[in-house]
Design a protein around this ligand. Sequence first.
Ligand code: ADP
Length: 631
Amino acid sequence: MAEPEESVFDRYRDRVDRPIRRLFRVYGVPEWPYFAAGMVANVVARVASLLPPVVLGAAIDSVFTGDAPFDLPLLPASLFPNTEVAQFELSVALIAGSFVVTAVFTYLYGVAANLFAHRVMHDVRTDSFAKMQGLDMSFFDDKQTGEVMSVLNNDASNLEVFLDDALQNSARLVVMVAGITVVLVSENWQLAVVTLSAIPLMFLLTRWFMVRAAPRYERQRAAVGNLNTRLENSLAGVELVKSSAAEDHETGRVTDASYRFFQDTMDVLRLSYVYRPGMELLAGLSFAVTFAVGGYWLLYGAPLFLTGTLSPGAFVTFIFLTQRFVTPLAEVSNIVDQYENAKASSARVFGLMDIPAGVEDADGATELTGVDGRVEYDDVTFSYDDEETVIDGVSFEANPGDTVALVGPTGAGKSTLCKLLLRLYDVDGSHPSARQTESDDVNDGAVRVDGHDVRDVTLDSLREHVGYVSQDTYLFDGTIAENVAYGEFDATREAVIEAAKAADAHEFVAALPDGYDTEVGERGVKLSGGQRQRIAIARAILADPEILVFDEATSDVDTETERRIQESLDDLADDRTAVVIAHRLSTVRTADQILVVEDGRIVERGTHDALLAREGRYADLWSVQTSTLDG
Ligand code: ADP
């Protein structure tokens, strides 16, 4: 299989600099109180959790076995009572108290840390969605919806895991290692050296693991991405899959992708089978050595090159704390993996955010108001990919109220012409205002409404005045009424019904059991093509634009429905400017102007009668269509 071409998405992703740092700067900083509270609570909870073994050690030495003064690391002995009873009571209170403090602060830390992570994620998700919606159509033409979905889903959850677990686990790791080290060293620095010598070994083992795991994690990430793309594609194309009886083929492809993911996951896991027990073994050995050296010391005095004394209490503290290393350290590999994941994911998130919007409001764009409906194409040239010219020097004008029909073969550029009017794409060439000098004059023309270049007015106001009924009418999952009122969200029920009547949709809607409250199903699948079309027309009628663009798609409806749609359209177009793409020439006989488009150029123009009289391309098309109809 050929490597897919690098998309605009990949390009911007690769350019993102230090994504994690940017994540914190852009999204973390505004939420810093939660972050700070979470970190502080975490530290307090962890430190408190270290206290019981220490207090126990102090109590053993002062209360149970000897008459040493009660003392805790880092605190002066004069702070503590000197009767055994009081020391015992204090120990009980401290031990119980530290469990309570640990519980309370673990709770607080959970709340704060989760709030931090999820608030950040909420912002990231909504921002990337808003950003994505603002991108121009050419971004979506490259079929990147699947990829965008995976940014909004997978990448967002990777970041969540990182912000939630990885950050807190690393904080815990630092606090535990530092805290235990401080305690052990202050209890007995010589035994601490013996015990802590396991830590460098643990780090070495972790490094060994990470170096080997990194490429495997990388492969696993690629495999899961691949699997998701596969699943998305197969589901999106389910109709084709079924109609081609290709279920087995699709299942096979998903099985392959899933099996690769399985293998790559096992590859990672095989390493961790060695790593985790390895860490535990090291911790266990450190425990055994501490027990042996400390025990010998207590029984027979300082062994080997060690000097001084070891108290039984300190010995107990050592025994307890030695066991606390393992869990936080064993998390290191997870933390690193989550960090790598998050780095890749935030690069994708910011890659998306960095893509320039393309078609957007110009600086100082004005509102288009009080529209008469005059449309003008002035020497318009356009290509989708800067290579193949799709529209080539097209000029025409439509006066307010006129109907202009575009006819011609498939692929001639008719839809493209219409999309330029709505600014779904921009005409080629620099906008006049962006031109620096007179000689910088690469003028590829302009589309104008009432004399205003469409690039000079705001997108919102332009689209408010230019209605668009496209060839593939899209309905949202929701009710018929909601779909008619899409874009005019506060329209009354009366207005919706009025519009539906005008679009000849009222009759069939009223006949449905739930009428206007009928759910149309995903993308409107529960309605027929003709019904969807009429809902879309009703939507355009309700929006009441001065200019209407209609990409006629009546081929999938019966002749009677077509006639009725045609009538409602004629009504609709009556007092507004209409640009209509007609596949059946019979529907545009009355147009004020018919443009025959071929290969992105207007090859003929005129009224129906004038064009017939010319006996050119239009007359040919007409005779082909009428003879098929007759035959
Ligand atoms: P028509 O409406 O006359 O059938 P179109 O305007 O849809 O023609 O298409 C004109 C040409 O532009 C065709 O060659 C088509 O393949 C190409 N084209 C249409 N849409 C896109 C797009 N989104 N990206 C790239 N090329 C496109």
